[in-house]
Write a protein that binds this ligand. Structure first.
Ligand code: SAM
Length: 274
C-alpha cells in the first residue's frame, strides 16, 4: 500500500523538498509513498484569489478563510467519503469535543472519526505530535496535511472537516510547511522496507517511552576522551544492561515529563496517553 501524502499549502514548491532526497527520496521513487502538493489559493473564488481576511475582533495579521480551506480539502477528499459517526477518534480529541467539554460548543460541535485519510492541520495550538501517533499514521493510508500561514486558520474549519490539530513543539514557525515535512519524514522512515533490515526503528528514542542510550563509534579515544569500557567488552548481556540503565537514567534526568508519563520507565503509558 502506498502511503499517500497530500499537502495543502500556499507554497507547493516546498514539497517534496528535502523528502525528495536520501531515504525518503528513494522511497518516493520506489512508490512506497506519494506526494501531492495542492495550492490553497486555487480554491479562492474572487478575482484577487484571496485566501485570508482580517481577524474577527480585530488585531494584527491575517487569518486563513474557512470557506477556501474547505473547498481545497473537499477537492482532495470529498465530504461524501466521510462518515460522521460520533465515535471518539482513536488518538485525538477534536477541538470540537474540547469546546463541548468547556461548554463553549454549539449543537454542531462533536467528535468525529472520518473514513479515508486523516486530515491534520499544523498549528502550535494543536496536540503535540508523539511517536505513537506517527506509528498510527504510518500504518494507515496516508495523511492530508493543512499548512497554515499568517495568524493561522479560521477555527471553524477543524470541527467542520474533522481536522486533527497537531503541533510539532512549543515553538512558532512562520508556516506549517516545515512542520508537515517533519511529520511526513517521521512517517516515511517507518514504512515497510524504507529503513531496511538494519534497523526496525523499535530501539529508537520514544519507542518504549524512553530516550535512546548514548552512541559512540571509532576511534575509541578521541581528544583524550574514551568511550565506556563496557562497549568494548564484547559481552552482549552487559552491553544491553548498560544501555538500558543509561536509557532510563537519561530519560529521568533529561525528560522527567516522559519518565513520569510512561510510569517511570516501565513502558506503561499513563491512562489516556498514546
Ligand atoms: N498565530 C499562531 C499562534 O500564535 O498560535 C501562530 C501562527 S504561525 C506564525 C503560522 C503557521 O505556522 C501556523 O498556522 C501553523 O500552520 C504553522 N506553525 C507554527 N508553529 C507551529 C508548530 N509549533 N507546530 C505546527 N505548526 C506550526
Amino acid at each position: 500500500m502506498t502511503f499517500a501524502a497530500t499537502i495543502l499549502t500556499l507554497y507547493p514548491d516546498m514539497f517534496p523538498g528535502p523528502l525528495g532526497l536520501s531515504l525518503a527520496g528513494r522511497a518516493l521513487e520506489r512508490g512506497d509513498w506519494s506526494c501531492e502538493a495542492v495550492q490553497i489559493r486555487d480554491f479562492a473564488t474572487d478575482k484577487h484569489r484571496t485566501v485570508d481576511d482580517t481577524p474577527a475582533g480585530g488585531g494584527a495579521g491575517m487569518v486563513l478563510k474557512a470557506d477556501v480551506l474547505a473547498a481545497a480539502l473537499d477537492s482532495v477528499q470529498p465530504p461524501a467519503s466521510v462518515r460522521p459517526e460520533l465515535v471518539e477518534g482513536p488518538s485525538f480529541t477534536s477541538s470540537a469535543a474540547q469546546q463541548e467539554k468547556s461548554g463553549a460548543s454549539t449543537s454542531s460541535a462533536r467528535t468525529e472519526t472520518y473514513v479515508g485519510r486523516p486530515i491534520l492541520a499544523m498549528t502550535p495550538r494543536g496536540k503535540p505530535i508523539t511517536q505513537a501517533r506517527i506509528r498510527e499514521l504510518a500504518a494507515g493510508p496516508g495523511a492530508i496535511i493543512l499548512c497554515g500561514r499568517f495568524e493561522g486558520f479560521d477555527e471553524r474549519i477543524f470541527a467542520a472537516r474533522g481536522v486533527e490539530e497537531v503541533s510539532v513543539g512549543d515553538i512558532v514557525l512562520s508556516g506549517g510547511e516545515p512542520a508537515a515535512l517533519m511529520i511526513l519524514d517521521a512517517c516515511i522512515r517507518l514504512l515497510p522496507g524504507v529503513m531496511g533490515a538494519a534497523s526496525s526503528g523499535h530501539e529508537e528514542s520514544f519507542e518504549n517511552g524512553l530516550l535512546e542510550y548514548p552512541q559512540y563509534t571509532r576511534p575509541y579515544e578521541w581528544e583524550g576522551r574514551t568511550i565506556p569500557e563496557v562497549l568494548r567488552s564484547g559481552d552482549h548481556a552487559k552491553i544491553a544492561a548498560w544501555r538500558k540503565a543509561r536509557s532510563e537514567e537519561d530519560t529521568r534526568l533529561r525528560r522527567p515529563d516522559l519518565w513520569d508519563r510512561h510510569g517511570g520507565g516501565r513502558g506503561q503509558p499513563a491512562s489516556g496517553e498514546q
